[in-house]
Design a protein around this ligand. Structure first.
Ligand code: PLP
Length: 412
């Protein structure tokens, strides 16, 4: 039975997450399917940032490090993120970017497994994850190897020489999701450490780091956590590893006594040693607002709606766009899919530009993928209908052939 627009309106009317949409500012005439690249702006963010800037900074000046407790914001917001990803208090810290945190944690993992020379990752992992591993390998000059394997091969490739398995839980290019429990168990069975990148998971799919006994994790603040462009990232270190982990960037805020201004480095105890320098207070305050919203919306409700919405959108595309050469590259089985629907087409870039010109905002991932992110906190069911209709119109009319849609911009 084909899906009807009325059915989607009925789903919206019964949706327990529907009220969350009003907590975000979304422009008219836009169907936003790119919350996995840059989350939407929460309504409360502008006032919160203004308060931090005008009162805490403008009036409080340096006193606000203590009076407004700026200094502990990375831990405070980290503890909130911990609740979203199933981590214990004091095991998550907001700091730096995802790339930098990968460097810090990967380095700590290799130090904890001396003699093991392999970093194992997925061949189709997000490039920065692989680039960071290459850079660290080259810096160390100890003969480490970065090995990559396909999604299905990973498990069998974990061996006695594997120091750390570094994987992105939900693949950015396909939306395919790893079995976190099974792979973490397999890594541990071989004596390897497990590092998960939660860039496309935190705030989108339920994750339980403590229950899965994960060693290390990193994730993004500006995607499903709605922290704003360039929001600081987060990192997780299992409590049982916090006293033995050595991080390679030994900055003063990871020191046991930063304000003692001692001549030599002594690591702080606990997660604090993962911090490097002064936290970005203004960005952190924006992230705090996004994280509060994610905490308010029950993760099980988000996952339920996300599964429904990705399933419905894939079906709508199949119904509406038959014969236009769009190939679903996301898993058909919802249990293996994160919160995105990816379609391959040789002209994906121009097609996405034509969609954006009509208000349907997704993104393009080279070489040939149209990527549609599903963010249940602010996406209505009926918008999936509108988006599929506009996609059909773009395909039927072939407007994407217009030269103006071929011009590659710097950010895709
Ligand atoms: C978005 C994303 C990143 C981003 O890293 P930055 O350092 O914030 O630029 C890293 N890894 C994955 C898997 C991502 O999806």
């Amino acid at each position: 039975m084909p899906i009807t627009r009325d059915e989607l309106l009925a789903l919206d009317a019964a949706d327990p997450l529907a009220p969350m949409r009003a907590r975000f500012t979304l422009p008219d005439g836009v169907i936003y399917l790119d919350g996995n690249s840059l989350g939407a702006l929460p309504r409360a963010t502008a006032a919160r940032v203004a308060e931090v800037v005008t009162r805490q900074w403008g009036q409080g000046l340096i006193r606000s490090w203590n009076d407004a407790d700026w200094i502990d914001m990375p831990n405070r917001v980290g503890d909130k993120i911990a609740r979203i990803i199933g981590a214990a208090p004091a095991s998550v810290m907001v700091a730096d970017s995802t790339s930098v945190n990968l460097f810090k944690l990967l380095s700590a993992a290799l130090k904890l497994r001396p003699g093991r020379m392999t970093i194992l990752s997925e061949a189709g992992n997000f490039p920065t994850d692989l680039y960071i591993a290459e850079g660290l390998r080259d810096l160390l000059e100890q003969g480490h190897r970065l090995e990559t394997a396909t999604h299905d091969e990973i498990m069998a490739r974990i061996g006695d020489d594997t120091a750390v398995v570094m994987l992105t839980h939900v693949n950015y290019h396909t939306g395919r999701m790893f079995d976190m429990a099974a792979i973490t168990r397999a890594a541990h069975a071989k004596g390897a450490l497990m590092l998960w990148d939660l860039a496309h998971s935190a705030g989108a799919v339920p994750v339980d780091l403590a229950a899965r006994d994960v060693d290390f994790a990193v994730g993004c603040g500006y995607k499903y956590l709605n922290g704003g462009p360039g929001a600081p990232a987060f990192l997780y270190v299992a409590p049982r590893l916090q006293q033995s982990a050595c991080f390679p960037i030994t900055g003063w805020l990871g020191h046991a006594a930063p304000f003692a201004f001692e001549p030599g480095y002594r690591p702080a105890s606990g997660i604090q040693r993962a911090q490097v320098g002064t936290p970005p207070v203004i960005s952190l305050s924006a992230l705090d607002v996004g994280v509060d919203l994610a905490l308010e919306a029950d993760m099980a409700a988000i996952r339920h709606k996300s599964v429904q919405q990705t399933t419905i959108f894939a079906e709508l595309v199949a119904q509406q766009c038959v014969g236009h050469g769009l190939r679903l590259v996301s898993p058909t089985e919802a249990a293996q899919r994160g919160s995105q629907v990816c379609l391959a087409h040789p002209n994906a870039y121009a097609i996405m530009q034509a969609l954006i010109a009509r208000g349907v905002i997704g993104d393009f991932r080279a070489p040939d993928v149209l990527r549609f992110g599903i963010t249940p906190m602010y996406l209505r069911y009926v918008e999936l209908w509108e988006a599929a209709v506009i996609l059909r119109e773009v395909m039927e009319s072939e407007v994407w052939r217009d030269a103006k849609f071929m011009n590659r911009q710097k950010v895709t």
